[in-house]
Design a protein around this ligand. Structure first.
Ligand SMILES: *Cc1c(COP(=O)(O)O)cnc(C)c1O
Length: 358
């Protein structure tokens, strides 16, 4: 990537501004008396620390989450300086707009059907969205993407494995974009733990325009905690840190995530079970009379084309089983997105579908 120039890509106001400097930014060394941040020195009503070695909650948390980043860096085999942590990956998505996209003039490219937050964040930031639909095999339409890129295109969002279709996007296609697009290529890997395809994290050293998103909400089983990760060049992470709220992650989030990271084996075991159940459920669903097609999945859900998705959706709802009706979404006619549940839940779903009379 010879023509990539980060400083030119970042919005003028963001490049020039001076970031907020908190008390904890200005002093983070060793001391015993902290009278610098207007905290309540007497204590916190939540006296019991979140975990064995977390700080008391009357104190502000580490604004840059050093300990947590160090642990994540070790697990991912990447430098802590290449990591941003946010209140869900949704925070990272929003910050990408605020760092790179000038409202009204700039635009981004998304490839529907895909994750809804890219467009929502674009709308909130008043940034134009160019939609380049996936092809019928749910892969990128590279020619159409190339045709949509103009000098105001700052971000291209690629979701792989893609939500709601479940497939991974061809690696070579993403590499082609990384090699030829002067803006930022965002690869959203929320479901990467369930995928056959490798993560793009090792490619960070090669591509200064790559941003990889991952999350604790899916395989890590912590959707309620709200913790997302962005991985990028040190320079891009610098801008994330410049624009984010000073204390964007609470002490509880940092401490609990550190504890969760100790339980990798449990997570790997759950991931294996989910993949196994996904393959089993796909086979079972394919044999039902109401099923037209079960799409191959690299995620923890299945996209299933049905005879009459709307009717089936209401029927399932009546039996107390909620799936996601995607039938109004482009290229997802009559399709339901079904999350892989526990073995019992999956069996319950199958029983309900078997009892369905169209
Ligand atoms: C679930 C999901 C996320 C996760 O978002 P969080 O804010 O981290 O919970 C991100 N991207 C995609 C495509 C998802 O499906």
């Amino acid at each position: 990537m010879d023509s990539f120039n980060l400083e030119n890509l970042v919005r003028n106001n963001i490049r020039k501004m001076r970031p907020y400097s908190s008390a904890r930014h200005e002093f983070s060394g060793e001391a015993t008396v902290f009278l610098d941040a207007n905290e309540n020195a007497l204590g916190s009503p939540l006296r019991f620390a979140v975990s064995r070695d977390s700080s008391p909650l009357n104190r502000y948390p580490d604004p840059l989450q050093h300990r947590l980043k160090e642990q994540i860096a070790r697990i991912k085999g990447i430098s802590p300086s290449r990591i941003f942590l946010g209140n869900g990956s949704d925070e990272a998505i929003d910050l990408l707009f605020r760092i790179f996209c000038e409202p009204v003039t700039d635009n981004v490219i998304i490839c529907p059907p895909t994750y809804g937050m890219y467009e929502v964040c674009a709308d909130i930031n008043n940034v134009k969205v160019k939609e380049v639909p996936l092809q019928s095999d749910y892969q990128l339409d590279l020619e159409a993407i190339a045709g949509s890129i103009d000098v105001f295109t700052k971000l291209i969002f690629i979701c792989s494995p893609n939500n709601p279709t479940g497939n991974s996007i061809y690696r070579e296609d993403i590499e082609l974009l990384l090699n030829n697009f002067d803006g930022i290529v965002v690869v959203d890997e929320a479901y990467i733990n369930y995928a056959r395809q490798r993560s793009f994290l090792p490619e960070l050293t090669e591509y200064p325009n790559l941003v990889v998103l991952q999350t604790f909400s899916k395989a890590w089983g912590l959707a309620g905690l709200r913790l997302g990760m962005a991985f990028a060049s040190e320079e891009v992470i610098h801008y994330f840190n410049k624009v984010k709220y000073p204390y964007n992650l609470g002490e509880h989030t940092q401490a609990l995530a550190l504890e969760a990271l100790q339980q990798m084996e449990q997570i790997n075991d759950w991931t294996r079970q989910t993949v196994e159940q996904r393959e089993w459920l796909a086979k079972q669903l394919a044999e039902l009379p109401v099923t037209k097609h079960v799409y191959p999945s690299d995620a923890n859900f299945l996209l299933v084309a049905m005879d009459n998705a709307d009717k089936l959706f209401s029927y399932l709802t009546d039996t107390g089983i909620i799936v996601r009706n995607r039938s109004k979404v482009i290229l997802c006619d009559n399709s339901l997105r079904i999350t892989v549940g526990t073995p019992e839940e999956n069996q319950q779903l199958l029983n309900a579908l078997k009892a369905y009379n169209a």
